[in-house]
Each structure stands twice: as C-alpha cells, then as structure tokens.
Write a protein that binds this ligand. Sequence first.
Ligand code: ACO
Ligand code: ZN
Length: 461
Amino acid sequence: MKVEMEDIDDSTICDSVSSLVEGCRLPVHMTGTSDWPLAEIISIKDVQGAKCYYVHYVDFNKRLDEWVTEESLDTRKVHFPRRDGGSNTGVSTPKKAHIGGGGPIGSVSRPSSPVAGSELVNGSAVLAAALQKRINRKRKGPSLESEDSQDGPAQLPPGPRQSGSMVSHHDDIVTRMKNIDLIELGKHRIKPWYFAPYPQMVNLSCIYICEFCLKYRKSRKCLERHLVKCNLRHPPGNEIYRKENVSFFEIDGRKNKVYAQNLCLLAKLFLDHKTLYYDTDPFLFYVMTIFDSRGFHIVGYFSKEKESTEDYNVACILTMPPYQRKGYGKLLIEFSYELSKFEGKTGSPEKPLSDLGLLSYRSYWAQTILEILISMKPVGDNEKPQITINEICELTSIKKEDVISTLQNLNLINYYKGQYIITLNQEIMQSHKKAMETRLIRIDPKCLHWTPKDWGKRAKW
Ligand code: ACO
Ligand code: ZN
C-alpha cells in the first residue's frame, strides 16, 4: 500500500533536541507545576549558546505560554509538524474566542492531527519522514515559521494609528508570542500574559509605566525623569463615584486620547481575544482606583461604546493582575450594570468573552438573580412569589438572554403543569448565602454622581 508521508503519524523518538523545530509537539514541564502537558514549540532562540524554546500548552490558555530550556522538554515522544506546511496543532489559525456559549472553560478548539493506523508506523520510516519534513521546511524560505523569525527581537507591527477605526488582531508568529517580560506600574511588577504592540519598546526586559498617566518609558531612570514633571495623581476625566477608598473616573476617549490609547495598550497585555482599538473616540473608559496618601491607584477598568447598536454595556474589562481574585472584577461588572440602570436600559458584555470573563460574568449574573429571587415575598397566603423574566431584566439591567442562560445554567427552570416555574432548593440558597458573605465590596448607587448622555443626539462625539 502506498502511503503518503503526510498521512503517517509523526510521533517519534527524538534522540536529540537539535532536531526539534518549530511546530513540534511534545510533553513539556510547565513551570511552577509538576505537570508535563503536551505543548507546541512556537519559536526557538539561542541565548549564549543555549537553546530556548517558546512553547504553547495546547489545551491551556495562551497566557501560560513560556520560554523553557532543554531540560523541560520530554523528547521521548515528539510529533513533528506536517510537511504540507499545515501545523499539526492548527495554531496558525487564530485562537480567538475559545469560550463561546456553553463551551468548556479553558478549552481551545483546534483541528485534530491525522493519525494513521499503527501498522504503518515504523520507527525508522517515521524518523525519515520527520527528517524529510525538516529539510522541506528549511527549503521553504521565509514564512511564518522561518528561522528568520526565531531569534532576535520580534518586529512590531505598525504603531497605534491616530485615526481610522481599528487594527485587526494579527495572530501570526509575532503577536502569538509575548513580547514584553515585565512591566513596572507603580509599586507593582507584573508579568504580561499576551503580546501588546507598544511602539519602540523592542527588546526590553521591562517597561516602566507611570501609574497615573500611563505613559511608558524604557528605563526606570527615564520614568523617574517623567515623574518629576508628571503631576497627575489620578486618572484624567471626572470622578463620578467615590465610596471609602474606591473611586471611578469616567474618561472620554476623544478628549483624553493619549491616556485612552495607553490604557488600551496596557490592557492588551492581559486581553488576548479582543481587537485592539486605536481609535478611542467612540469609547468611554471607566477606571476604578483605590486611594492612599500617594494618590488614586488604578485597579481595573472597563470600556464602553458611547453608542452600541447591540446593547453592549462593556467592551473590554480588566482587573490588573495584582488585584485579581479579590472581588474587584465583580465590582467593575456591578458598576457597569449600575450605569445601565441609570440609563434605563439592559446591557450585556461584548462577545466573545475570555475564559476568566465568562467565569466572572456567570458568577455575577447568578448572584444578582438569586439575590432577587430569594428576597421575593409571596403575594398572598399560600401563594408562591411570582416574577417574570422581563421584571428580572428591569431590576438588574441584565439582558434577557443572559438572565435565561443563567437560570438554565443554575438548573432552576422546571416545567410544571403546563408552565415554567423556578424552583429554589435549600442547597442553592445556602451556597448563595455563603458566596454573598465573601462579597464584601459592593457598589453603592448613592455614591454615583452621573447623568447619562444621549450620544446619538450629538453631531459629533
Ligand atoms: N481562576 C478561577 N476562577 C477565577 C479566576 C481564576 N484565575 N479569576 C477569577 N475567577 C473567578 C472568581 O473565583 C470569581 O468567582 P466566584 O466569586 O464565583 O468565586 C469570579 O471569577 C470573579 O472574581 P473577581 O475577583 O471578582 O474578578 P477579578 O478581579 O479576578 O477579575 C477579570 C475578573 C476582570 C475577568 C480578570 O480575570 C481579568 O482582568 N482577566 C484578564 C482580562 C479578561 O479576560 N477580561 C475579560 C474579557 S471579556 C470582555 O472584556 C467583555
Ligand atoms: Zn505620568
């Protein structure tokens, strides 16, 4: 039987790391864990004579991608990339929204690699095929996987455009890799999760960012010089909310363009699946800060279109990593719905949501809806309390489809005697009560001083 080389399983023992090329898949030791998940080599570089490998763990979010050394590679079972240039993992296709409707959290959709019947897989044939493929790949000349792009600084795409609507999300070899090792923001040193096109910040181990105006500098010295001149101690725009040490500032993307662009750049380091907007005019930015004697420190933000035809009340949302998992994400979400309540509208976050975005929204929706259901009083003696989906929407400003999906996810909807009813059992009420006890920081609507603008009426934003 004639067998095409592409058709056989490329899995083989690789006796030397020197035959590893970009596109190979093999088990790799994930830093900080004792796990060896399957990973794909995205890039290889030489650092003082030693090879370093940039790997993507195939079933994990891209934020876990990292540079590893030889010792972290298990070369006993390597899948070489396919000769036809197609990646055996499909990583060349943009992995944007890994989380859609009801997909498993953290899962990544990718074409599976062709695996032939085991009788065809003969060690030496496979090795020969793998070698042939390597040769072919080298002959191919510059391409996404060419050796030209293996070492040296990643070339940045064009810097932010001052006009035009947006720059599309390139998911090529450059933007697929993190390009910045570290940022310094106020007292925090933070490891970025994803690529961000900071102009002129090439080949630096750290970017130094002014925590108040968000301007970035190449060295601490440069930042210190900036800090002498920079007298901002809070974000620009209007402080529209303050309770205790938490404040929200509303920033108009047209009036404070540079700040808004720098905020988008900073956010891009932690947002993978969103298009980066450089034209910030159509957006408002709500920056949440916490106050101390040194000023108002940025904790997180969300952006919002001035006019959304799709009822989006949040475009992008981010909690800065040092503040994550402390309830600030839900506080930002709660604030976004409070604005929608003031507008008298329902709203929903822009899709796709990230894995962490979906977790946070689902949790917020569940808690908000349960809060209403549990507090309902019966209408008369022996009567069950009644509420319609539309009433839940009005009370919460959560869009109807999100209310329905939440009730379904919580498994609360039952069909009984010809109609849909919501049944709350003791278990769900107890776990809700427990969850609410940990939700200590809340938005107090009395502290919001804001009137919505009707942007549609204005000739220009
Ligand atoms: N692993 C597991 N669960 C998590 C994690 C995590 N790393 N991070 C947050 N959660 C869960 C929390 O447990 C909590 O749920 P629970 O209360 O039911 O336990 C819920 O998510 C929210 O937690 P918060 O502490 O309120 O949220 P946080 O401040 O961490 O912010 C956010 C959440 C904004 C999504 C943050 O993870 C982030 O900035 N991520 C990077 C950017 C991003 O993905 N943004 C959303 C994109 S979608 C969009 O922009 C419309
Ligand atoms: Zn500054």
